[in-house]
Design a protein around this ligand. Structure first.
Ligand SMILES: [Ca+2]
Ligand SMILES: [Ca+2]
Ligand SMILES: [Ca+2]
Length: 488
């Protein structure tokens, strides 16, 4: 194509609306010719296969040459094959959330489960890869105690391939790729670290669970940015050792998102672990189902207005299954990974401070009446608000008392720079104090201590209450009188 013909047939469109006559096969040409920086269309009818590189190289008055492309209305619909079966994506406001992030490849969530089919067509690009380990040489190259752990580990078998299907289903809910095939995950651009400790029948032991958490902890300490663990399993026995290691994860900024369980139990009375361990980084998730375009409580699901934190879709969830399959499964096992994925998204934008993340998940959900007697937050996960909500006033999300040798340590965690009013209650008497909170790195932290020679003390404000500390002495000291200037 001679340049003469090209220029003869390009149309000036910078000020008049001729855009609709530029077809997909046409070219867009930006030139330096007057009027300044004008955009022109080169019709494919004349140009056929225009060589943009050649045009640019040979004509210094042409600034840019590119093929026209097709755009479409933002209808929030992906073209993954089974997207229309994924009612959960609407329920948790995932589409709106994806306007802000679809995750980052630096962010990792661990799936502590039956393994994952790491070759699945809809997961293969999102499996965590340990670049410090050389595969299949039977050597522990990165010296972390595990030979050839390139994409996770199995505590119980030689290979963490999923011989059950449960873990693969969970992995898809969290991070199936947005790639026009299969399904769409909540956080399609994060990485998944698979730790297999449950056998092919879905059973595992306490010690293997702990070894799994220990691996996660060690990888975090080696710089892998693990923000959450999905724990869609449970048992009724309390384990001090499990509590201790999940507490260590808390200190490292790793959330543990737990299935509330499928026994129709009230978890406030009948505990299920790990969901019921009382730790800042544990979020216990119950399940909802869809019915007539509305939502209801899943009839199998455990509940608990103090120990279960949030609801998420868990009935008839369509997700990935080994050997490039996809199936429907139901359970709180399917509810938890929606929250895990949401934390993967959040972690791609902001730092993870566990007590605040738990507060934020609970206080940005969508309120539903049917959840009032079921979960603490009375809400379904709302990813859009979880990622974007700004709390207007100062907010405290944690008041903690700790008894030291002769002192009582008070720790306040919140957001905002304004003063916060704190009430102190000693036995049945109460007083009020105003505390100045100062924001640093997005969070307001205040630590101070008061002498503890008084009994049964709690601190609280409008929406929070601290743990209660009981001390034998009865009379409030001068120190506490000073702390509470208007002590009653
Ligand atoms: Ca290794
Ligand atoms: Ca190796
Ligand atoms: Ca997909």
């Amino acid at each position: 194509m001679k340049l003469y013909n090209l220029l003869k047939n390009i149309l000036f469109i910078s000020n008049i609306l001729l855009i609709n006559i530029c077809l997909a096969d046409d070219y867009i040409i930006e030139s330096y010719i007057q009027p300044e920086n004008s955009i022109k269309i080169a019709k494919n009818f004349y140009t056929s296969k225009l060589d943009c590189n050649k045009i640019l190289k040979n004509n210094n008055f042409i600034k840019n040459c590119q093929k026209n492309t097709i755009l479409k209305i933002s209808d929030n619909m992906l073209s993954d094959t089974w997207i229309k079966t994924q009612w959960a994506l609407n329920a948790v406001k995932a589409y709106a959330g994806w306007q802000f992030t679809t995750g980052s490849k630096e962010i990792v969530v661990a799936v502590l489960d039956t393994g994952i089919d790491y070759n699945h067509e809809d997961l293969i690009n999102n499996i965590f890869y340990n670049k410090n380990e050389i595969p299949n040489n039977n050597i522990d190259d990165d010296n972390n105690g595990y030979i050839d752990d390139v994409n996770g580990i199995s505590i119980i078998t030689n290979n963490n391939y999923d011989d059950n299907g449960h873990g693969t289903h969970i992995a898809g809910i969290i991070a199936a790729q947005h790639n026009n095939i299969g399904i769409a995950g909540i956080a399609p651009n994060i990485k998944i670290l698979s730790i297999k400790f449950l056998d092919k029948n879905g059973y595992g032991t306490n010690i293997n669970e702990i070894l799994g958490y220990n691996y996660i902890l060690s990888m975090k300490k080696r710089g892998v940015n693990i923000v959450a663990v999905n724990a869609s399993y449970g048992g009724s026995y309390y384990s001090k050792a499990t509590y201790n290691i999940i507490k260590k994860l808390n200190e490292e900024g790793i959330m543990v998102i737990c299935a509330a369980g499928n026994e129709k139990n009230n978890n406030d009375k009948y505990k299920t672990y790990p969901a019921s361990y009382d730790l800042d980084n544990i979020i216990s998730v119950t399940s909802i189902r869809e019915e007539n375009n509305g939502y209801k409580f899943s009839n199998f699901s455990n509940y608990g207005i103090t120990t279960v934190d949030i609801a998420a879709p868990g009935s008839s969830i369509f997700s990935t299954y080994p050997q490039n399959n996809y199936i429907f499964l139901s359970g709180t096992s399917m509810a938890a990974p929606h929250v895990t994925g949401a934390i993967g998204l959040y972690g791609s934008l902001y730092p993870i401070i566990p007590s605040y993340i738990k507060y934020r998940v609970k206080n940005t959900g969508t309120y539903y009446n049917f959840l009032v007697n079921k979960v603490a937050s009375k809400s379904i996960l709302n990813i859009e608000k979880f990622l974007t909500a700004e709390f207007e006033d100062n907010l405290l999300y944690k008041i903690k008392l700790k008894k030291l040798k002769r002192k009582l340590q008070v720790e306040l965690l919140g957001i905002g720079n304004k003063d916060i009013e704190i009430y102190v209650k000693i036995n049945r008497k109460k007083c009020k104090n105003t505390i100045k909170m100062i924001m640093l790195n997005g969070y307001a932290v205040k630590k101070f201590s008061i002498k503890h020679d008084y009994s049964n003390i709690i601190l609280y404000n409008n929406n929070l209450i601290s743990n209660k500390i009981a001390i034998k002495n009865k009379k409030p000291s001068k120190k506490i009188r000073r702390f509470c200037k208007a002590f009653l």
